[in-house]
Design a binder for this molecule. Structure first.
Ligand code: WT7
Length: 660
């Protein structure tokens, strides 16, 4: 963000206090901050015993002696699935709806109670066990937003088999590398899912991912969702419904060590290779349940909660599956997009199911703003009492629109900062305590210590900017990068001494509130999805016509950032491109490259813009100066070029832009 943008943010003076009514019923009050400040470990021990049912109680809260490798709740044993499902049935809440599932085709719904969920996870666990899945075996999950996605995750957790969910928008290639890296024994997928009114196939991507000579996968379980035709590999592929039917009805769950890995989730880093972030069972469950309770303020006996994220991202893991379900909450799960079959779909769902707590992303809010206020105005949104935002900075305008047009100027908004790596919410208002400021995630929640530091790791003064760090370990922190402990240490714990570096830039305002302004590394945030510039660059240069590529995230009004690529063509491709351009078909090559990126990574990684350029701006040591390319992509005057090896390169690029 430009300096001007930043100072505008810091002049935001509006604050919104929770109403007396909200405050009176809120799960968390000021005393939580006081207690955590007085004895942090004692505080976490209390939360751990409050939110989680331990089969064996823990003996020690934290072992940080091998920092940055943490162990939480040592000696404790638990089963995450029992916590999220069985125990609600045991205490008599079996009839409570766990999931109000809403399919994309209108009218297609399923309500699943906790008792039904209990039956399904037991059968699914038995079915997986019948395929040889046991403690420590990894299972890949590649599913649309259907209840089976949550059931599959919970069944894995029940067996102590770490799941690795791969977002359905990733390509066969991306799926292949994730399956391989995690060593998944079984893949759970579906024939397809509904996307914008049409069935969209998933199984072919799994087939293609497994077509590689060597892969660890022995079995593929296929959920029937759309009924479309699928290719079948006998001996490897099984229908999910048949496997569950054949499996035993009851499953006795075993407890696992608090540090037993619960799941792996791949996320983009600054290099081409995605990182397998893995989380441990105990600490993760404690902090997701705690934050669902104090930040989302869930009242399981009365709320209808809806998190609009996809289960393929960490938000879906923490705030569809593990947090809300550990509390025994009722939630909505929606299969489709916000504009299918009409742009009021979200609000229709809120109205029909009387949603009380809504958790969505700034990019969605900005899209709704674009569609116009008359759309939500047609629906009765009076059931809503709390709104949440996650995934990227929310600009004050979007925040205000959300508050006024969705929240009737009445619902508190929690802007929650966290990451795949942090596992759960870290910085956020507490809705019954904090007087929130539009655009700021405010302060670290009780139990978390976050700071903004300068280049030297010193805390910045109020009113200044720097880097966001976490200075104390927290229960749901990642336990590492799957198979690469060194990379874990180097990526997160080496930039500043004794602190976790999140990769985000932030500012502290005069009141000590934190304003997260975005990544300071080569990671982009497109519609709340994390994308690596170098991963997309690698995809581009793997195309035979491309010699070199540089990718930047350019500011975009709706998606936050948009992917812009600059490519240099190989000599033999230049002539062809020139003649295409001369024939007015310059778009052809760009389309070809965009599709290539979709094939290598997934449609979500397609660049908005690809510009063919004669040169790329590089320093004398050969590093691409993305900052200058960003200036071009954002139509700004190009900044300081004095460190370029060849300072004329930028005018070549800009001239080309004007022509093109
Ligand atoms: C990155 C993490 C958090 C789950 C979804 C994304 C950005 C996230 C906020 C927020 C400003 C935010 C950061 C962070 N981010 N929430 N409330 N305000 N920025 O998880 O894919 O791991 O991405 O998302 O840049 O580092 P993720």
């Amino acid at each position: 963000m430009s300096n001007e943008g930043l100072s505008n943010l810091l002049h935001e003076e509006r604050t919104f206090e929770p109403s007396e009514e909200f405050r009176a019923q809120a799960n968390a009050g000021q005393e939580l901050f006081d207690r955590a400040a007085e004895d942090r470990e004692g505080f976490w021990a209390e939360q751990a015993r409050r939110y989680v049912q331990w089969e064996t109680d823990f003996e020690q809260v934290l072992d940080w002696s091998e920092a940055p490798f943490a162990k939480w709740f040592l000696g404790g044993r638990l089963n995450a699935c029992v916590n999220a499902v069985d125990r609600h049935v045991e205490v008599g809440h079996g009839d409570r709806v766990a999931i109000h599932w809403v399919g994309e085709p209108e009218g297609e719904t399923r309500d699943i109670t906790y008792a039904e969920l209990h039956q399904m996870v037991q059968r699914a666990a038995n079915a997986l066990a019948d395929l040889g899945v046991g403690e420590g075996d990894t299972v890949a999950i590649y599913l649309p937003m259907i209840p089976e996605a949550a059931i599959a995750m919970l069944a894995c957790a029940r067996l102590g088999a770490p799941h690795s969910v791969v977002f359905g928008g990733f390509s066969a290639e991306a799926l292949h590398s994730r399956i391989d890296d995690a060593g998944a024994k079984v893949v759970i997928t579906a024939d397809g899912g509904y996307r914008r009114g049409k069935p969209s196939a998933l199984k072919p991507a799994v087939d293609a991912a497994l077509a590689h000579d060597e892969n660890p996968v022995q079995k593929v379980l296929v959920v029937q969702r759309t009924g479309q035709d699928v290719d079948w590999t006998n001996g490897r592929d099984l229908w999910w419904h048949e496997a569950l039917e054949a499996a035993a009805e009851t499953h006795e769950a075993q407890a696992f060590d608090a540090e037993h890995p619960l799941f792996i989730l791949y996320t983009s880093g600054t290099t081409g290779k995605p990182k397998g972030i893995f989380h441990a069972t105990g600490g993760y469950l404690v902090q997701t349940a705690y934050t669902s309770h104090v930040v989302h303020d869930l009242h399981p006996d009365s709320d209808v909660y809806w998190c609009t994220a996809d289960i393929g991202w960490v938000t879906g893991h923490s705030y569809i599956v593990y947090g809300p379900m550990t509390l025994g909450a009722t939630q909505v799960m929606y299969e489709g997009t916000p504009d299918t079959p009409h742009q009021g779909r979200f609000w229709e769902i809120v109205q029909d199911l009387k949603v009380t707590v809504l958790y969505t992303a700034p990019t969605a809010i900005r899209t709704f703003m674009k569609w116009g206020t008359d759309i939500p105005a047609k629906f009765d949104l009076s059931s809503l009492r709390l709104l949440g935002s996650v995934g990227e900075p929310i600009n004050p305008e979007a925040w205000m629109w959300y508050r006024e047009h969705i929240g009737a100027d009445r619902c508190p908004i929690v802007d929650t900062w966290w990451q795949t790596e942090t596992g759960a919410i870290m910085i956020s208002p507490l809705p019954g305590v904090t007087a929130a400021r539009p655009g700021s995630a405010m302060k670290a929640i009780p139990g978390i210590v976050a700071k903004v530091v300068d280049d030297m790791g010193q805390e910045v003064e109020k009113g200044s900017g720097g880097y966001l760090v976490i200075t104390e370990p927290w229960p749901s922190m990642l336990r590492g990068i799957w198979g690469d402990p060194k990379r874990y240490q180097e990526t997160y714990w080496s930039r500043f001494p004794d602190a976790y570096f999140a990769g985000d830039g932030a500012k502290l305002d005069e009141d000590g509130n934190i304003w997260v302004v975005g990544r300071v590394d080569d990671v982009m945030n497109v519609s709340g999805h994390r994308m690596s510039t170098s991963e997309i660059e690698s995809a581009l240069v793997s195309h035979p016509k491309v010699a070199e590529a540089a990718v930047v995230g350019a500011a975009d009004e709706t998606t936050g950032q948009a992917i812009c690529a600059f490519v240099i063509l190989r000599a033999d491709a230049v002539a062809e491109a020139d003649s295409q351009a001369a024939a007015g078909e310059g778009e052809k090559l760009v389309q070809e490259l965009r599709n290539h990126v979709a094939k290598e990574i997934g449609p979500i990684a397609k660049p908005r813009q690809i510009m063919v350029v004669p040169e790329l701006p590089k320093t004398r040591s050969g590093k691409i100066m993305r900052r200058l390319l960003k200036d071009v992509a954002e139509h700004r005057e190009v900044g300081d070029v004095t460190t370029l090896a060849d300072s004329s390169v930028m005018s070549l690029i800009s001239d080309g832009m004007q022509k093109g």
